[in-house]
Design a protein around this ligand. Structure first.
Ligand SMILES: *Cc1c(COP(=O)(O)O)cnc(C)c1O
Length: 364
């Protein structure tokens, strides 16, 4: 397979050697070893710090999508009302997913280059529609944006909405999530973004209110959350634990905690700012609209007029740089630099900007 010396894909990010070494360690069987339980508990504690929560954090084998689906299926019954806030591809997608679970979904949709700004429409919709769950995406990776969630959490709390579901897969570890301060009941994270771990694990903080609902719904399936309620107490996991994946996830979490979360957030912010400034200096245009909040973990850039995306992509690859395209309505029109986790690195960014400069010099 082709590899590129300058990797800035917005996930899976480059795995640092110290995490790779842990992942490749030959562990015991995992199944019935008390060391696995100790590792799971330690990982949970570290992830609680990263998500800003005292709630139980469940750790599942599987990618971020497993958590996104599992949380919906574990909490929703046919006919339940879900208010889905969408400012991008994942936001709309989660609304669609909730529909397939049988929920009645009301969508509040903003243009994909904007972020939540003012909550009048959400406030009105909560009062009229009385949802059981609100869903929102913290970092909309395909758009390079970050939705403010503190005020939304306060509104949800004051109006007594039972559940707030937040997709923080692409922000957790790279931007403060503050799950408890934001009254988040289901805060969803994944291994392959700012934690710099291979795409193998998903983790979710689950509030007491959510656990009550999960017990009522009693959903059974590979992605069910219910078995994790008692997994540690009874030392009985729903499937053979993925020891390597959990250990790597823990190593990724410990790396961030050792750096200090505030330092890690400042590093992401500094690289994101330098990225946006560098892109504009090259005469390129950022995708997020003025006034939208840009994500500290990923920058979305409009593909310039005069060069089709496949041609630009080929030029970047020829220069040793691999970035991300985008999805949905942005496909072919937007490309993205992922500066999350190990890739939030000013030196790496300088190299990437150098390749981009060479690739666009005859068109902008
Ligand atoms: C990457 C991502 C996911 C899905 O994670 P996978 O590991 O690809 O399943 C979900 N939501 C957001 C916002 C993401 O960026």
């Amino acid at each position: 397979m082709q590899t590129y010396p300058i990797s800035m894909t917005p996930g899976p990010v480059k795995v640092p050697p110290e995490i790779l070494a842990v992942w490749q360690t030959d562990f015991g069987s995992g199944d019935l070893e008390t060391e696995y339980l100790e590792l799971y508990n330690r990982t949970e504690t570290n992830l609680q710090a990263i998500l800003g929560t005292k709630n139980k954090v469940t750790i599942h084998t599987g990618e971020g999508m497993l958590g996104l689906w599992g949380a919906l299926k574990s909490c929703l019954l046919p006919g339940d009302r879900v208010l889905s806030i969408s400012t991008g591809v994942f936001g709309s997608g989660i609304g669609e997913m909730a529909k397939t679970v049988g929920a009645e979904v009301r969508l509040i949709e903003l243009p994909f280059n904007q972020t939540l700004n003012g909550l009048e429409a959400v406030d009105r919709a909560i009062r009229e529609f009385k949802p059981k769950m609100i869903t929102v995406v913290h970092c909309e990776t395909p758009s390079g944006t970050l939705n403010p969630i503190h005020e939304l959490g306060a509104l949800k709390h004051s109006l007594g909405v039972p559940l707030l579901y937040v997709d923080a897969v692409a922000s957790a570890g790279g931007a403060p999530v503050d799950a408890d301060a934001c009254h988040i009941d289901l805060c969803l994270g994944g291994s392959q973004k700012a934690l710099s771990v291979p795409p193998s694990m998903t983790f979710v903080s689950v509030s007491d209110a959510a656990w009550e609902i999960i017990q009522q719904v009693n959903y059974a399936g590979y992605d069910a959350f219910l078995p994790f309620y008692t997994a540690q107490k009874n030392f009985y996991f729903p499937y053979t634990p993925y020891w390597h994946g959990t250990a790597a996830l823990n190593a990724g979490a410990e790396l961030l905690l050792k750096e200090g979360l505030q330092n890690a957030y400042a590093r992401h912010e500094a690289v994101a700012q330098a990225c946006r400034a560098g892109i504009e200096e090259l005469g390129l245009e950022l995708f997020p609209a003025p006034g939208a909040v840009s994500s500290p973990t990923v920058t979305a850039v409009n593909v310039p007029q005069g060069i089709p995306w496949p041609e630009l992509d080929a030029r970047l690859r020829a220069g040793g740089l691999v970035v991300g395209g985008s999805y949905g309505p942005m496909a072919g029109k937007v490309f993205r630099l992922g500066h999350m986790g190990s890739q939030a690195d000013l030196n790496l960014l300088e190299q990437a900007l150098g390749v981009i400069r060479g690739a666009v010099k005859d068109i902008v």
